[in-house]
Design a protein around this ligand. Sequence first.
Ligand code: PGA
Length: 249
Amino acid sequence: MPRTLIAGNWKMNGLRADGQALAWAIAEKARAMPVSGPELLVCPPATLIDIIVEAVADSSVVVGGQDCHAAQSGAHTGDIAAPMLADLGCRYVIVGHSERRTDHGETSAVVRGKAEAALAAGLTAIVCIGETLAERDAGRTLEVIKTQLAGSLPKGATAANAVVAYEPVWAIGTGRTATAAQVAEVHTLIRHELKGRAGDPDMVRILYGGSVKPSNAAELVAVENVDGALVGGASLVAEDFAAIVEAAG
Ligand code: PGA
């Protein structure tokens, strides 16, 4: 069984003082947890990465970025390259989050380029995929997941450098969580599709994301082929994030 990963996606939230206080509180909670428990990751906005790496330095908490560019460097105003994240102390980077796919028109081909840049920089890529409500209602969920996974997964993906996050778009930030049966169906498909596409496919972690909170985390993480959670809103409250980690452990 892969080690459970609980990842907090802070999205575009937090000024330096808030971010630092949140990271200190999470690091303190992590220090009180058994070392055999889930791996804890926080993904703050890029502006905070430096101080968050410092704030969690004496704990088991690791830090990741929320996006990276496909190129190593160059004329890409406002973008951040994967080696820059690695240089700040990041270990992970989220790529292809549905908010990036929607807000910035990122296609799966773009996402794959970003994931490959992440791997080249020594980062683990968290590749996000998920269907919209219209796609689910049209009975197209499994087809959409298959296509997005095939298109987004980087060349050279293995259990050591890639994580897949299943995030149904209709469950993100809506308070509406996928049922255990819906999660099981999609995660089983992803596990199957990873064979032949990733090294050590049974050990690639597949996270669920979308309105994960302390009250539903245990049930969701107990589903077969769910190896952790990608948490948005609830990761901004240290007590809630810690309660999710405990529920998942
Ligand atoms: P949420 O976000 O937990 O606020 O639904 C999850 C995500 O977007 O990663």
